[in-house]
Design a protein around this ligand. Structure first.
Ligand SMILES: Nc1ncnc2c1ncn2[C@@H]1O[C@H](COP(=O)(O)OP(=O)(O)OP(=O)(O)O)[C@@H](O)[C@H]1O
Ligand SMILES: [Mg+2]
Length: 366
């Protein structure tokens, strides 16, 4: 097993105007499960393919353990990759698919059979070893693709959206299985997804990319409680964090008629007289009608049993702004009502309106 280091790793595709991956610096610990997440086109697959050796590194280096692999061919990197489409060989059985890479590598028949059986047991694939891929369900095919990576006993697993072909329920089950399997095997893993829920539930740490640039790396909790900038704030969490402009006033920021106290040092760093305020839906409460806060017209309340989400809008800076707040699932305002919403004290994130960078320290729970 080994750590992985991206050291200023850059990929500029031929004819491209800016790098698809731009000076990526990232250290992944031995045995760690790191999730690379970000919107479509942000450079996730490119980063993974650079690590796999399938994409040229135009600048910087990539290390596996202490070894600089920047110019090492893919087959000599001791990694195994699980692709989105699984890439199983249709004419081979499950067992042959799983053992194929070992055969190519010259591993003997007995050792091959032993490793395939071990992996099949781990993945509940024993009953299917003699079947062809076309006679398997989507979830079973996914497990064969995993098995094919496991039998190679690589130093690093690379997975590029391995769950995207599964239906929603199976995706949830499988992500738990992959995460627990990875912990059991202890193999360093880089996992790519565009789904922030997958990232939050699976990763030891998450790296958020946007436009080829690393935005933040941290544990799921750190990213949730202390997003570095407006992009990470809006990307991590569902429903997303409410983000809107607010006026700076003495000692705090204006949240409708309420002044929310913010550490003075934070505000002194702000460019201009406005900031971007961020509040998660669960950190907003419905204030008494004569209380202070933001006047919001309720458009819809989505009931989810115990909880509900209030979707409403307010007028901020003369612009209609949508607001989401978590409410009680049974007792809540109705559509058409106007309510006063206020943020929970110490749960307001403040960002610079120009740069989008975080100004406030972590929220109270960190
Ligand atoms: N072979 C290529 N040649 C030129 N440009 C490419 C090539 N592959 C990817 N790109 C560009 O590089 C950028 C990053 O692509 P990449 O495939 O890494 O994104 P991604 O984050 O994996 O997106 P998705 O979530 O859609 O899979 C995109 O702008 C894409 O258009
Ligand atoms: Mg991709």
């Amino acid at each position: 097993m080994a750590s992985v280091t991206f050291d200023n790793a850059t990929r500029l595709y031929p004819g491209g105007t800016r790098p698809a991956v731009d000076k990526l610096n990232l250290e992944i610990g031995d045995g760690e499960f790191l999730v690379l997440v970000g919107p479509s086109g942000c450079g996730k697959s490119t980063s993974l393919r650079m690590l796999a050796g399938l994409e040229e590194v135009n600048d910087g280096r990539i290390l596996i353990g202490d070894r600089d692999v920047t110019d090492v061919p893919p087959k000599d990197r001791d990694i195994a990759m699980v692709f989105q489409n699984y890439a199983l060989y249709p004419h081979m059985t499950v067992a042959e698919n799983m053992g194929f890479a070992l055969k190519i590598a010259g591993v003997g028949k007995e050792e091959r059979a032993k490793r395939v059986l071990e992996a099949a047991k781990l993945l509940d694939l024993e009953p299917f070893l003699a079947r062809k891929p076309k006679a398997l369900s989507g979830g079973q095919r996914q497990r064969v693709a995993m098995g094919r990576a496991i039998v190679r006993e690589p130093q690093v697993f690379l997975m590029d959206e391995p769950l995207s072909n599964l239906d929603a329920k199976l995706r949830v089950q499988t992500r738990t299985q992959i995460a627990s399997l990875q912990r059991r095997l202890g193999v360093t893993t880089v996992y790519v997804t565009h789904d922030q829920t997958e990232a939050l539930t699976m990763g030891d740490r998450i790296a958020v990319l946007k436009d080829g640039l690393l935005q933040q790396v941290g544990t799921p909790r750190e990213l949730y409680e202390k997003p570095n900038n407006v992009f990470v704030a809006g990307f991590i969490g569902s429903p997303a964090m409410n983000l809107f402009p607010a006026d700076l006033v003495e000692g705090g920021v204006k949240f409708g008629s309420k002044v929310v106290r913010v550490e003075a040092g934070a505000l002194s760093r702000a460019h201009g007289s406005e900031v971007t305020v961020g509040v998660r839906p669960e950190d907003i409460t419905v204030a008494p009608s004569d209380g202070e806060g933001l006047q919001v017209t309720v458009d819809l309340v989505e009931e989810l049993g115990a909880d509900g989400y209030l979707y409403g809008h307010s007028e901020i800076d003369g612009k209609r702004t949508d607001i989401v707040a978590r409410v009680d699932g049974r007792v809540h305002p109705s559509a058409g009502e106007t309510v006063t919403l206020a943020p929970a004290p110490d749960h307001v994130h403040v960002f610079d309106i120009e740069t989008g960078e975080r100004l406030t320290p972590a929220v109270a729970t960190v």
